[in-house]
Design a protein around this ligand. Structure first.
Ligand SMILES: Nc1ncnc2c1ncn2[C@@H]1O[C@H](COP(=O)(O)OP(=O)(O)O)[C@@H](O)[C@H]1O
Ligand SMILES: N[C@@H](CC(=O)OP(=O)(O)O)C(=O)O
Length: 545
């Protein structure tokens, strides 16, 4: 049987959309992606597809997580066989190929190719075992296999459905040396240009690009972290000057709370990049926080969409140009009229993008709290300096901190490896008494210019008190868009629902019904009209003159 013939190609003269598909979407909804979403968009746009490694259930059980485990078994830090893990990953992909590709020759060729990718990974893992070493670079290479398998698979399914497509592997994209200690904007600008050059070579085929972009200086896993595919897609969007970056997921967009935990959560039509980043940092992993800065610099909107509901408008993370210095706004061609004054007001934003009510609430589980009570053998500034140098030594990052002169409370996330925490606590004990509380959660209320919402902290803590939720630690101030507190993990669901019910109910968020604000809008419009009329008058006068 001959290989499938493509009848649909990527138009070269249409506006560009960069489409990023998350691991669970590729794992569960590849038919929607390749049979409906991409072919439909090709009627109106040139598309670039970026995929993450497959997850057939949840991300925590997906290919990348399994590859991280394979790397850990090499050093014996966890039990298990890396050879078995790779075999399981391959079996999953082979099964998916059988299910999703009609053409027998295409199935056969792809199965052989993916088997070979896994064979090479096995050899790599065996070699790492012999030398008993998995460097950060080796770990990058191991996890990168997930995106290679997923993208070759998606490109083949598209081709099977008659879409001219090309698998693009970015693992060797970086061809210059960068100092790992200084991954600044120059590095990201370079990547955007490199990725665009590679993608542009695809001509009228749809590029299916690996979200993994090779061993990046300082390691992709440690410098950028899980979820790096969003950043790759963002950089491609910047490099090719996309009209929009669409991040396709299993949810309709960003909600006022995780819709799996709070069924009454509302879909947000628009959200500022800062709020979206804050939600991600504090448990609502909708989009990688580094993504925002890159696309927003180029004035490209990000739209979160649902693979199961392609007609839904999703959530737009709009280029918050009003509050940014003009110097960082680039040349990307943004979608028209994303943030009209009416749209801002309707969604709870004032015209200067401040808010009167919070935007969303989020929970970060599996938190450990360390309380350190100084033994007063050093003055306060020395005390803090010693704490942070010990944390740095053991690679421990702090999610939240609250201090007095002789007391520090810190919330640490589950990314802190248990084996590092023990020795770190031992060293911290030389500074004073240390106690450790486990099974805690961080609850964060997020909203632009939250600091200015009078009484909001009071309402938040009163609501928690009424629901019988004890507060272990409070933090506000450092970030103007977040009030956070630490509570017991077991109380997280009650707390989340109570806060949502009290502080995020829909009606009061729509400022279009507020007569005072409408009056302000009218005045502003009149002033703008006057201003543009005056400009026209002076322009005409200038032309005449
Ligand atoms: N505020 C929120 N809005 C939307 N989704 C949220 C929010 N907080 C947490 N989530 C969760 O984030 C997940 C993101 O979507 P998913 O498609 O599973 O991710 P991925 O693209 O990484 O595979 C969803 O499972 C959803 O339950
Ligand atoms: N596969 C990687 C990168 C990624 O972006 O994942 P996702 O798009 O599924 O969040 C990870 O699991 O971290």
């Amino acid at each position: 049987m001959p290989l499938p013939v493509a009848t649909m190609s990527n138009p070269v003269d249409k506006p560009i959309l960069v489409l990023k598909f998350g691991g669970t979407s590729v794992g569960k909804f590849v038919q929607n992606i390749c049979g409906q979403i991409i072919p439909d968009l090709l009627n109106t746009h040139r598309v670039v597809v970026v995929c993450s490694a497959r997850s057939t259930n949840v991300k925590a059980k997906g290919t990348t997580t399994r590859l991280v485990r394979a790397a850990d078994t090499v050093l014996g830090t966890i039990s298990g066989s890396h050879q078995q893990i790779v075999q399981d990953i391959l079996d999953d992909h082979l099964e998916a190929i059988e299910e999703n590709i009609d053409n027998a020759a295409a199935r056969d060729s792809l199965s052989k190719s993916l088997t070979d990718v896994c064979r090479r990974l096995r050899v790599f893992l065996e070699a790492a075992e012999v030398i008993n070493e998995v460097s950060p670079k080796s770990k990058d290479i191991i996890i990168g296999t997930g995106e290679k398998l997923a993208c070759e698979y998606v490109a083949a399914i598209l081709q099977d459905k008659g879409v001219n497509s090309k698998y693009v592997n970015l693992e060797k994209a970086i061809d210059r040396h960068f100092d790992p200690g200084h991954l600044d904007q120059t590095f990201y600008d370079y990547l955007a240009q490199r990725f665009a050059d590679i993608v542009n070579e695809c001509g009228d085929s749809v590029p299916v690009v690996t979200g993994y972009f090779g061993p990046c200086p300082g390691s992709i896993l440690y410098s950028i972290g899980r979820g790096y595919t969003d950043l790759t897609a963002a950089l491609i969007a910047v490099g090719v000057g996309a009209q929009e970056l669409q991040v396709w997921k299993e949810v309709d967009g960003i909600f006022t709370a995780d819709p799996r935990k709070v069924p009454s959560a509302r879909l947000l039509k628009i959200i500022t990049p800062e709020e979206a980043a804050e939600l991600t940092y504090y448990g609502s992993e909708v989009i990688h926080p580094f993504t925002m800065e890159q696309v927003i610099r180029a004035a490209i909107p990000i739209r979160i969409k649902n693979v199961q509901n392609p007609d839904g408008a999703g959530t737009v993370i709009f280029p918050d140009l009003l509050s940014r210095p003009a110097s960082i706004v680039g040349s990307g061609e943004s979608s028209p009229a994303l943030s009209t004054p009416e749209m801002l007001l309707e969604n709870g934003y004032m015209l200067d993008l401040s808010r009167r009510h919070p935007t969303a609430v989020t929970i970060k589980d599996e938190i450990t709290v360390l309380n350190i009570h100084s033994n007063r053998k050093s003055v306060s500034h020395g005390f803090f300096a010693r704490i942070f140098s010990i944390l740095d030594k053991y690679g421990i990052t702090v999610d939240l901190i609250s201090t007095s002169e002789v007391h520090v409370s810190m919330a640490l996330s589950d990314s802190v490896v248990e084996r590092n925490l023990g020795p770190a606590i031992q060293e911290l004990s030389s500074l004073g008494a240390v106690d450790k509380l486990q099974n805690m959660a961080i609850l964060s209320l997020v909203g632009k210019q939250m600091r200015n919402m009078v009484g909001i902290a009071g309402s938040m803590f009163q609501t928690l008190a009424k629901s019988g939720v004890n507060i272990e630690m409070i933090s506000q101030g450092a970030s103007e868009i977040n009030i956070s507190c630490v509570i017991d993990n077991s109380k997280a669901p009650i707390a989340l629902r109570a806060i949502h019910e009290t502080l995020l109910s829909g009606a009061k968020n729509n400022l279009l019904h507020d007569p005072e604000i409408l009056k302000q809008l009218k005045h502003q419009r009149m002033a703008n009209n006057l201003h543009s009329t005056m400009s026209e008058v002076s322009l005409t006068a200038l032309k005449r003159g």
